[in-house]
Design a protein around this ligand. Structure first.
Ligand code: 5GP
Ligand code: MN
Length: 338
């Protein structure tokens, strides 16, 4: 879409007054950064643009420029329904299937708006009129940058836009270290710094805001680490009780899963988190190299994501979920050890 249909989008944009931007449920840095970056860009162009997120997100993202304007669907359903009904264009960012928006899915299905998908997950579904999907991209933020450049509007990237987009690229690439980080990613990031993103301040705002409770929760998580050297796998688990003991708040376990990958020779890391009130176990999967955690999450834990980062869930108890995981793992011996 980005090359062949950009003129059509330009003319759709020229007609549209009201625009809504929606990221996925449980929005992360890339989801919020891309949504707010695009919101600033569209508002600066004179559109009436609103970001509606399905549910709340972690505190470490709430300093982003424009954060105060984000509408949380769970808390403001009526206003969200009105904005969606009025929208002529709806941008869906950082997801490949409307089911990833939770309860926001139905109002979106009911909408008559023109849908534009910008996303870097594999296997995009076909709900959108305009699809800019590329699973090789580091992040949706990098794609929003490309989108703005294709609209010949690179000069319109303000410090606020640069800050939002830099944040999402930084968080989705594990601070520029995942293999999805390309030379182009660095060129984009360099330009964003030129355009006013304060890289050191952004890093500090996102990563150096731990509370004492959170750091101690990390200690508990690391004590629960189990390593299977033969299958190059490490996993961590946290029970609801352990979370409560450390006054868990949304986002507190962000990044914990990556510690498994810091072990020498480990290429597959998992975290299991017991969510008693939702009656499920939430999992995050991370890998290095060719081991495809998207495939693994889809096949066994109703999830998905990317080759090296995916999520999933299980209705079994925490103990049973871990047992199921350990039983499945040997099926992947060849892929894990080749
Ligand atoms: P995280 O482990 O940080 O929650 O998610 C890692 C990646 O997997 C993200 O790109 C996220 O969008 C995706 N992901 C997480 N949970 C799920 C899920 O339940 N289903 C699908 N399809 N993708 C998920
Ligand atoms: Mn992303």
């Amino acid at each position: 879409m980005i090359d062949t249909r950009i003129l059509e989008i330009t003319s759709e944009l020229a007609k549209a007054e009201n625009i809504v931007i929606v990221p996925h449920k449980g929005p992360d840095g890339d989801a919020i950064g891309s949504s707010l970056g695009l919101m600033h860009f569209l508002k600066d162009k004179g559109h009436n643009a609103h970001v509606i997120v399905p549910n709340d997100y972690p505190e470490f993202l709430k300093w982003l420029p424009g954060n105060g304007e984000v509408i949380i669907y769970e808390n403001e359903k009526e206003k969200s329904h009105e904005l969606i009904a009025e929208a002529e264009i709806i941008f869906t960012l950082d997801f490949n299937n409307l089911s990833r928006c939770g309860d926001l899915q139905q109002p979106l299905i009911n909408s008559k708006a023109v849908f534009v998908m910008i996303d870097h997950h594999q296997e995009p579904s076909d709900y959108a009129h305009y699809v800019y999907s590329n699973a090789e991209m580091s992040s949706t933020c990098e794609m929003v940058y490309n989108f703005i450049v294709k609209l010949r509007a690179a000069k319109k990237i303000t410090p606020a836009i640069a800050t939002c987009l830099y944040t999402g690229i930084m968080t989705d690439t594990g601070s520029f270290r995942f293999s999805s980080t390309s030379a182009d990613t660095h060129r984009v990031v360099a330009d964003l710094i030129d355009k006013g993103a304060l890289n050191s301040t952004i890093h500090n705002n996102v990563f150096d805001t731990f509370s004492e409770n959170q750091l101690q929760l990390l200690g508990t998580a690391l004590k629960n680490l189990r390593v299977n050297y033969e299958l190059k796998t490490a996993y961590i688990s946290l029970t609801q009780e352990e979370l409560q003991n450390h006054h868990f708040r949304k986002g507190d376990t962000e990044g914990f899963v990556n510690y498994g990958l810091s072990l020498k020779d480990i290429i597959f890391a998992v975290i299991f988190i017991e969510k008693e009130n939702e009656d499920l176990v939430k999992m995050s999967f991370r890998s290095k190299g060719d081991f495809n955690v998207n495939k693994f999450a889809r096949a066994h834990f109703e999830g998905g994501g990317h080759i090296n980062a995916a999520g999933g869930k299980s209705d079994l108890s925490l103990k049973e979920t871990i047992q199921k995981f350990n039983e499945i793992l040997p099926q992947y011996r060849e892929e894990l050890t080749s």
